[in-house]
Ligand binder design. Structure first.
Ligand SMILES: Cc1cc2nc3c(=O)[nH]c(=O)nc-3n(C[C@H](O)[C@H](O)[C@H](O)COP(=O)(O)O)c2cc1C
Length: 181
């Protein structure tokens, strides 16, 4: 039988483990990154920027990104630093590309879908596509415990702060629902 000090230490480890949160995101022009940093600073969690080895700048990068989004192609990811299997909750953020997930995020989710216990979803867009991308996301890795769709205009003006606070509130351990129940 464990002594009380050992029991307390083991409980502490259990609680710390139960609250481990990873935020994984990709961003081409900075909007998703800005929201990711706001959420990560509120949650005080680990952060993984999902990068790929493909040039995404300029008209050619835009065209390539569009094609990958339309055809649901995967991309070649750069090495990552965190294993999502080590986390109780993974918050995943993506820009919307042609009403769908960006290819770096889709590739990462496809790769790790079996490692994800609980997921939350946020996305940034010019104006539309968030709900369709959320449906695509949930079809890949299960129901999100919380979701957030923001437009570039909201982010650029700072009007996204209240929505981010509400989203973060839904991710606190007490208010978190488990997937499917
Ligand atoms: C290839 C591509 C496709 C896009 N498709 C959409 C779209 O379907 N709907 C929309 O509202 N915005 C669309 N956008 C705009 C981005 O979703 C939006 O600017 C987003 O905030 C960019 O995030 P980022 O700055 O983190 O890269 C698209 C942008 C790119 C590059």
């Amino acid at each position: 039988m464990l002594g009380s000090a050992a029991q307390a230490a083991s409980m502490h480890v259990e609680v710390a483990m139960a609250n481990r949160i990873l935020l994984a995101y990709s961003s081409r022009t900075g909007h998703t990154r800005k929201v990711a940093m706001d959420i990560a600073s509120a949650l005080d969690c680990d952060v993984e920027e999902i990068r790929d080895r493909v040039g995404r700048g300029g008209p050619l990068g835009y065209a390539r990104s569009s094609l990958e989004a339309i055809a649901r192609f995967d991309t070649l990811l750069a090495p990552t630093r965190h294993d999502p299997a080590d986390y109780d909750l993974v918050v995943i953020g993506t820009p919307i590309w042609f009403w769908s997930l960006s290819s770096p995020v889709r590739t990462w989710v496809r790769r790790h879908r079996d490692d994800l216990r609980k997921v939350a979803f946020f996305c940034t867009c010019g104006s539309s596509g968030g709900q369709r991308a959320l449906a695509e996301f949930e079809a890949l890795c299960g129901e999100a415990v919380a979701s957030l769709v923001l437009t570039d205009r909201e982010i650029d003006s700072g009007a996204h702060a209240a929505s981010v606070a509400a989203f973060v509130g839904q991710l606190s351990p007490r208010s978190r629902r488990t997937r499917g129940g």
